[in-house]
Design a protein around this ligand. Structure first.
Ligand code: NAP
Ligand code: GDD
Length: 370
């Protein structure tokens, strides 16, 4: 039975990747850092998943975990991943998102250099995009401390591949979303806001730059590409994207229209949510992944928007939509395809409440960048 270690197991991608690998017969261990509050809501339905404690800022913990779990494959998904917060916490972001990659690679080199390694690189590295669309050869121009930190992680992954022969791949993934997306990211902030307004729980939705363009796909599709990269004969870097770009405004329009509302009656543009430096246009060319991995996205843009809005309506309203039914104790729910996930709540049949049920608004508190 192949063994995989996933860092960032409590995040959006960690949960989808764990489902994907468990369904393929992997023994999966997730690395989680110590937290004073419950944050397992995205993975509580998984059976067969083991958790170990560790932190990307603590090299000793990474060496211990690799030694104890002896994985064949390591997927490094952990990061301070919110671009807006990277201006509020540039040093912490660099330490976790940048240097954390180096610590993990050093741990691999020390414990077992035959481990296959996946690094979660990002289209944010293209930043002020130098070509349209962006592909593996496009020069990088990051526009945030997060993007700069990811660029370090990307190049150190390439360097360890070239210096030590480690099977290390960097997946340059464009934005991917789902009902499990954190509420601070714009798509989920919109789907949550639309559901609240539709259900009479809120009247307005405050957003920043509506003109930014992103290439948005479904997270469940993208984790398959991570796995495919580690199954190839040679380690390489791959762009993973849909090849379509849409403005934030288009996402907003579709999301409100999905519930029969006009977005202009509810959306307030708040200058405090604009970023110090913006990434205006991202659109990826994933032809190498299509050609060499046989990968393509399955969920299109309108389906993604509808999936997220429906899931938030169901979560907040406890109603019945699109064939879902909720028991009184159900927490977050999933719309859309879960890639081969096993079900089971993992806590004696009762789901834990969603971390975001408190109604925390997305965006940066205190008037910082969204
Ligand atoms: P996410 O939901 O924000 O999850 C991030 C994960 O990293 C969480 O499990 C978090 O744990 C963990 N983490 C943070 N700091 C850590 C530390 N010091 N030590 C160990 N774990 C730590 O992010 P995501 O959307 O799943 O993205 C997964 C990865 O792909 C990230 O590296 C992200 O930067 C990258 N990426 C994402 C996208 C996208 O569109 N989603 C696109 C390109 C690249 P806690 O729960 O304890 O906070
Ligand atoms: N978060 C947020 N909140 N973004 C807003 C808002 C708002 O209220 N209003 C407008 N936006 C705009 C942002 O300015 C940005 O241009 C765009 O919406 C997308 O913002 P996010 O959803 O926060 O994502 P991101 O593109 O900055 O970063 C995500 O994708 C990267 C890949 O390109 C994250 O998942 C990163 O971790 C990932 O690397």
């Amino acid at each position: 039975m192949p063994r995989a270690l996933i860092t960032g197991i409590t995040g959006q991608d960690g949960s989808y990747l764990a489902e994907f690998l468990l369904a393929r017969g992997y023994q999966v261990t997730g690395l989680r850092r110590r937290s004073s509050t419950q944050n397992l809501h995205r993975i509580q339905h998984l059976t067969g998943l083991s958790l170990v404690e560790g932190d990307l800022t603590d090299l000793a913990s990474l060496v211990r975990v690799l030694d104890e779990t002896q994985p064949d494959e390591v997927y490094n998904l952990a990061a301070q991943s919110f671009v807006g917060s990277s201006w509020q916490q540039p040093l912490a972001t660099s330490d976790i998102t940048g240097l954390g990659v180096l610590r993990l690679l050093e741990a691999i080199r020390t414990v077992n250099p035959r481990i296959r390694f996946y690094q979660a690189s990002s289209s944010e590295m293209f930043g002020k995009a130098q070509t349209v669309p962006q592909h593996e050869g496009t020069p990088f121009y990051p526009r945030s401390p997060y993007g700069v930190a990811k660029l370090f992680g990307h190049w150190i992954t390439v360097n360890y591949r070239e210096s030590y022969g480690i099977f290390a791949c960097s997946g340059i993934l464009f934005n991917h979303e789902s009902p499990r997306r954190g509420l601070e990211f714009v798509t989920r902030k919109i789907s949550d806001g639309v559901a609240r307004i539709k259900l009479g729980l809120a009247r307005e939705l405050r957003l920043g730059n509506l003109e930014a363009r992103r290439d948005w796909g479904f997270a469940g599709d993208y984790v398959e590409a991570m796995w495919l990269m580690l199954q190839q004969p040679e380690p390489k870097d791959y762009v993973i994207a849909t090849g379509e770009t849409h403005t934030v405004r288009e996402f907003v329009e579709l999301a409100f229209a999905h519930v029969g509302l006009d977005w202009r009656d509810h959306v307030v543009v708040d200058p405090a949510l604009f970023r110090p430096a913006e990434v205006d246009l991202l659109v990826g060319d994933a032809s190498r992944a299509r050609r060499e991995l046989g990968w393509r996205p399955r969920v299109d843009f309108p389906t993604l928007v509808a999936m997220m809005v429906d899931a938030d309506l169901e979560r907040l309203g406890g109603g019945r939509r699109a064939g879902y039914s909720l028991g009184p104790d159900d927490g977050p729910t999933e719309a859309g395809p879960a890639p081969g996930g096993r079900s089971g709540t993992g806590d004696g049949g009762r789901r834990m409440p969603h971390r975001d049920d408190a109604g925390r608004e997305g965006g940066a508190p205190g008037g910082g960048p969204g």
